[in-house]
Design a protein around this ligand. Structure first.
Ligand SMILES: Nc1ncnc2c1ncn2[C@@H]1O[C@H](COP(=O)(O)OP(=O)(O)OP(=O)(O)O)[C@@H](O)[C@H]1O
Length: 278
């Protein structure tokens, strides 16, 4: 079944152009085909959760959209522009509209937090160091870090603080689209829930779109407007979580209706604060 078959009825009504439109995507490494005829839209302003079994190509999909892997076929349109038709300069202009947070956080350990967040502002926005660091402190407070954290180094911080700082850096250039690869991996459940809530709050306030690769069922329930499941080299289904969970597929049934899935569903049902707006 294609993505088109799974559109919710609200999507059939007038919708803004998708932030990202992936069509017929193919990715392979040698003979190993990872994606084939993969279609997916990231709707403007939505938080889309991308899930699938290990090795189904979630990270490769993210990397091929943000320009870290050139697809072997198909097209990726970002904000109405087909990436394959751009020269290097045009492409880097589009890529500046992306914020990316990888699983490891990837902060520079030799720089304190404000220097880490200031770096893209100095390198890409060409701000003077003092202005960049002032703006970096604003970004750090936006993600809920206290002013004292600005001068701390990554090694002295908790996992949750590092994720927040990495998020502040991903937001440094006011991106239109935020890409997150397993943002809650390694966080305790309370830290992970706080991160999910922060993501929803920032999306509501700033209006960016979010492409979020995750294994975290709680994140899917708490933060995602829609969920895309990767399987058999393509997107098997993309829809609201409730509709996805009803899809007749062995992996989906195990994932959503196994013990962890039931616990996440129950926790989402009893939570009064974390559900994003439809
Ligand atoms: N640079 C690479 N060279 C060769 N094969 C690769 C490379 N990157 C990824 N792959 C392969 O592509 C497939 C998809 O990898 P990917 O990391 O996207 O999976 P994933 O769905 O994100 O998995 P996980 O949930 O375990 O992180 C895997 O079989 C992986 O081994």
């Amino acid at each position: 079944m294609s993505n088109e078959d799974h559109k919710t009825s609200s999507q059939d009504n007038a919708q803004p152009a998708p932030a990202i439109k992936v069509r017929n995507l193919e990715n392979r490494f040698g003979d190993h085909v990872v994606h084939e005829s993969l279609d997916l839209d990231l709707l403007s302003g939505e938080i889309l959760g991308v899930v699938g079994g290990s090795g189904t190509g979630k990270s490769v999909l993210l990397r091929s959209i943000v320009g870290l892997k050139r697809p072997n076929g198909g097209s990726v349109e970002v904000l109405g522009t087909n990436l394959s038709e751009l020269n290097d300069k045009e492409r880097s202009q589009i890529e500046r509209r992306f914020g990316v947070l990888f699983q490891q956080g990837a902060l520079f350990s030799s720089l304190n937090l404000q220097e880490n967040v200031a770096l893209p502002l100095i390198e890409h926005a060409k701000l003077a160091r003092e202005d960049a660091e002032r703006l970096a402190r604003v970004k750090l407070s936006l993600v809920g870090l206290e002013p004292e954290a600005a001068l701390q180094y990554p090694d002295s911080l908790s996992g949750g603080m590092i994720k927040r700082a990495a998020l502040a850096r991903a937001l440094a250039l006011d991106p239109d689209i935020l890409f997150l690869d397993e943002p809650t991996a390694g966080l305790d459940p309370i830290g992970a829930a706080a991160f999910d809530q922060l993501l929803v709050t920032l999306r509501d306030a700033l209006g960016f779109s979010v492409f979020l690769v995750t294994h975290d069922l709680d994140t899917l329930y708490a933060a995602c407007d829609r969920v895309a499941v990767l399987s058999q080299k393509r997107v098997l289904v993309v829809d609201t979580i409730d509709n996805v969970a009803q899809t007749d597929d062995e992996w989906i049934q195990d994932y959503f209706h196994g013990p962890r899935g039931r616990a996440a569903e129950q926790s989402a049902a009893t939570s009064s604060t974390s559900k994003p707006k439809e």
